[in-house]
Design a protein around this ligand. Structure first.
Ligand code: SAM
Length: 239
């Protein structure tokens, strides 16, 4: 899959993306990350990338020409079809279902805003979808683009060592993940649940499913309404 990110701060993405799971995905050529800086598309001596808002008031707006040229340069750089996504606090709030849909596409162009945002007419003309990472305001879209990038990349085939680990993750099947334990067997008097050392894999799967259901009920009861158990899970619960 290919990601193109239009950003005034490409080093924020370059530096953050090269670690861990996403870094390996880039090294293994499972994902390509290309960065487009509107500043490279300026024509004045000061390489200006912001402009005053019509109507006055505080704050600046991203300068139209350089941003539009950067988006268009990214778009024509590959024949792969791509949705152009603007990261914005006004967009739909990102969830795992949207992330899974993005992971099925060959390419995404992400546009990170700065200042008060981007000219409304550019949103109308150049942007296919607006997505937010939550109901709060960031200083720029770079962190939001990284969140989307990371969440999508870990779903791509071959990225995670164990594909099942992604399937068990919170939100993937609608439930929260079960608790995890590692050595030592006891920490300050707290022991691991005995079942995990029983060697009975079916009983462990049943215990984990019950833990997932229980903690979803306790921490995020709003999620339970949408949960549909698959045949294996229903079998484990004896339904
Ligand atoms: N004036 C804008 C508004 O209130 O809708 C906010 C502009 S914000 C300071 C600058 C940029 O940060 C936005 O253009 C957007 O790209 C990004 N941004 C801020 N909050 C975000 C969020 N919750 N999700 C995604 N992107 C966000």
């Amino acid at each position: 899959m290919r990601f193109d990110v239009v950003t005034l701060f490409p080093e924020m993405l370059r530096d953050a993306a090269c670690h861990g799971v996403t870094g390996r995905a880039i090294e293994n050529h499972i994902v390509d990350l290309l960065l487009w800086n509107p500043r490279e598309y300026t024509h004045d001596r000061h390489r200006t990338v912001d402009d005053r808002p019509y109507g006055g008031g505080p704050g600046m707006v991203m300068k139209v020409g350089p941003l539009r040229d950067a988006i268009r340069a990214a778009r024509i750089d590959s024949p792969l079809p791509a949705k152009t996504v603007y990261l914005s606090p006004q967009g739909r709030v990102l969830d795992q279902a949207a992330v899974a849909r993005f992971a099925a596409s060959p390419r995404l162009i992400l546009v990170a805003g700065r200042y008060e945002g981007i000219d409304e007419r550019l949103i109308e003309a150049e942007i296919d979808e607006e997505w937010s990472i939550g109901d709060y305001v960031l200083s720029g879209g770079e962190l939001a683009a990284l969140v989307l990038f990371d969440a999508v990349v870990r779903l791509l085939p071959g990225v995670l060592g164990h594909a099942e680990s992604a399937a068990q993750d919170s939100h993937v099947a609608g439930l929260l993940d079960c608790p995890h334990y590692t050595r030592p067997e006891e920490i300050d008097g707290r022991k691991i649940p005995e079942i995990l050392q029983s060697g009975n894999h079916e009983a462990i799967r049943r215990w984990r499913l019950k833990q997932s259901l229980g903690r979803t009920w306790l921490k995020r009861p709003d999620l339970l309404a949408k949960v549909r158990l698959d045949a294996e899970q229903a079998g484990l619960l004896g339904e």
